[in-house]
Design a binder for this molecule. Sequence first.
Ligand SMILES: NC(=O)c1ccc[n+]([C@@H]2O[C@H](COP(=O)([O-])OP(=O)(O)OC[C@H]3O[C@@H](n4cnc5c(N)ncnc54)[C@H](O)[C@@H]3O)[C@@H](O)[C@H]2O)c1
Length: 320
Amino acid sequence: MAVLIIGAGLVGSQIARLLVEQGQRPVLMDTAAQRDALGEIVDLGRVELIEGDILQPPHLARAIQPYGISDIVHTAANPMLTLGAQRDPFGAIQLNIMGTVNVLEAARAHKLRRVVVASSNVLNHFLAGGEGKGDPSKEEAFPRPTTFYATTKQAIENLGLNYARWNDVDFAAVRYGAVCGPWTGQGGGGPSNIVREAVLNALRGEEAVVGAGGLEWVYSKDAARGTVLALQATADLRSRVFNITMGRVTTPDELADALKAAVPGARVRIETPAAAAVSAPQMHHASDLGLAKSVIGYQPEYDMSKAIQDLVDWFKAKQK
Ligand SMILES: NC(=O)c1ccc[n+]([C@@H]2O[C@H](COP(=O)([O-])OP(=O)(O)OC[C@H]3O[C@@H](n4cnc5c(N)ncnc54)[C@H](O)[C@@H]3O)[C@@H](O)[C@H]2O)c1
């Protein structure tokens, strides 16, 4: 019995590390795993790393049968998430929606124990409408996602919930906040990369730039922990969708202060780079962590100060 982690990037690598720490030997499947970056997070001698494409059902079968897979964690993502999906809607729709459907079908065919799929708290923020106040007789009853990426995440949550309802697939979705954390490869979203660049610039003594909008974050180690909690929970999963974030909106000033505390003397400028415009809306409210706490036992361990300190320590340790 083993866990198949699809997508070996910023978050998938941390999930693998946690499972290895539990004594498991997870299987990581990726179309283009970045071995060097991955090896900085998890001991590659203690995982199975295989090449495979979530859009190819035979690749899933080849991963599931030989390795005795019981569970799948799906973290594969389109490049640059929200920004990437605005540039290439077709590719993102194909990967996010059909990739997830392939996983759900594989779970049904192979009678897997549970599937956990990475969703996003863009669904708590990138919404418009809903003036019908939930009255289904009105066209504007429900709020709708305002970006392609959020639309794909809403679709995969809905599809997973229907596979759970009608096809006996034990499904859960974890809605991460914007993720930052240790990772030297490509991947993550616009905000993930802005924080990494800001930390690296501060450590080099160069000006660090952080985005102007408030954002709801999660540290990648917490994202992974929330995912493993959703995977291993024995309680009734109830809504099956869990917010996995820091539980608060971090303002640009708080992010700048966290950076200055972790790197004394850091020079930080607050600015919205043009490319981040879509991925950094003003977020005024934090996601409710009530269900995540009560059903799967998730509480964030990292606020932004602790997260930035951990990230700075990680990069410093690498430089030695
Ligand atoms: N990073 C964030 O800020 C953030 C925020 C909220 C939600 N999420 C979600 O969390 C999940 C993980 O994100 P991440 O930041 O670790 O992404 P990432 O880009 O670091 O990793 C995704 C991995 O998926 C792989 N992949 C892409 N296409 C594939 C395919 N066809 N088959 C197999 N593997 C494929 C990529 O090669 C990459 O290694 C995604 O579902 C993402 O939408 C991320």
